[in-house]
Design a protein around this ligand. Structure first.
Ligand code: GRF
Length: 314
């Protein structure tokens, strides 16, 4: 008997489709647990209706958020946000004291003009990523001592990151400078994913099915569950990755879209494709009617993948 966990954030129609398939395959597979990162969502009611245990693991609600779309495109950046332009002035005065050749703004401009590979990312995000690089490069180059480094960094109000190693280093640095507990939230993603991992591992989960789960899982979590996490996405990947896939495909004017089931890798909506189903865009469609028909396709596709997986065909 294989045990699966379904991770949700919303209405849970895919959860229902999977639960129905599990009933059909009852001796081979069961949904052992539903995890939601949002409380009071319809998907949780569906889980209860099917007698499935539920856990609500809420987002920390910290300042941290992923605002770019193509996270995989700028994985090499640790993103560090200086919360306001005014903070730049403070930082600049420290930089000039340290005999830096440029102001933060100049460094940002220089760095931004060197970025060609990043697409679909908010400009602010890029700045944030570059800024981290600027500081660390600058510190190394000028052999800044710890005290001076602390002074500069104490001007920074919050940090964003989707990388763990560098994040850890920065967070440790900050903790030693500022005794501000909000900086502990840097670890939010890692902490969340660790709690999630523990819950799933303790229950002996074999596969994780993401069904509208609106969180990006950290690379360390994905590593632990390599080829064990599946996701369903409402477009024909690799076209229209990200959280607004249906709207973007519709607005682009594609004539065929659809849905994709894939293994989850560290990037967003990337990872080996398992199955796809096309859906035609009709002239009278709205984003909503189109999404409705995509969901009809999902109703067939996700359960059929579950069945093949359980029968060792994937
Ligand atoms: C689906 O369209 C799925 O493709 C996407 O999020 C939506 C979830 O819907 N990942 P539901 O919560 O399963 O109803």
């Amino acid at each position: 008997m294989k045990r699966i966990a379904v991770l949700i954030s919303g209405t849970g129609s895919n959860l229902k489709n999977l639960a129905d398939k599990c009933r059909e395959l009852s001796s081979k597979v069961k949904i052992d647990l539903v995890v939601s990162n949002v409380k009071d969502v319809k998907g949780l009611e569906i889980a209860k209706h099917y007698g499935i245990d539920t856990v609500v693991l809420e987002d920390a609600g910290s300042k941290i958020s992923i605002v770019g779309k193509n996270i995989a495109d700028y994985n090499e950046f640790v993103r560090l946000r200086v919360a306001a332009e005014k903070a730049f002035d403070g930082i600049n005065s420290y930089l000039s004291k340290l005999d830096f050749p440029y102001s933060v703004q100049q460094l940002l401009t220089d760095c931004l003009s060197n970025i060609n590979t990043v697409s679909n990312v908010l400009e602010e995000d890029i700045k944030v990523g570059v800024l981290q690089g600027v500081f660390f490069k600058a510190f190394a180059k000028h052999q800044v001592n710890k005290e001076e480094e602390s002074e500069v960094l104490s001007k920074i109000e919050s940090i964003l990151s989707n990388l763990t190693k560098e994040m850890g280093q920065i967070a440790i640095l900050f903790q030693s400078i500022k005794k501000n507990p909000s900086f502990l939230s840097f670890f939010e993603r890692e902490n969340y994913d660790l709690s999630l991992h523990k819950i799933l591992a303790e229950r002996g989960i074999d596969y994780i099915f993401l069904a509208g789960f609106m969180r990006v899982l950290s690379p360390s979590f994905v590593d632990k569950w390599e080829m064990k996490i599946l996701n369903i996405h409402p477009s024909l990947l690799p076209a229209f990755a990200g959280s607004k896939a249906v709207k973007e495909a519709f607005e682009y004017g594609v004539k065929i879209t659809g849905c994709t089931v894939h293994f989850v890798s560290a990037g967003v909506d990337s990872g080996k494709i398992i199955a796809q189903m096309p859906v035609e865009v009709l002239s009278e469609d709205t984003v909503e009617t189109l999404h409705g028909r995509i969901k009809q396709a999902e109703k067939e596709l996700y359960p059929s993948v579950l069945e093949r997986l359980i029968n060792g065909k994937i």
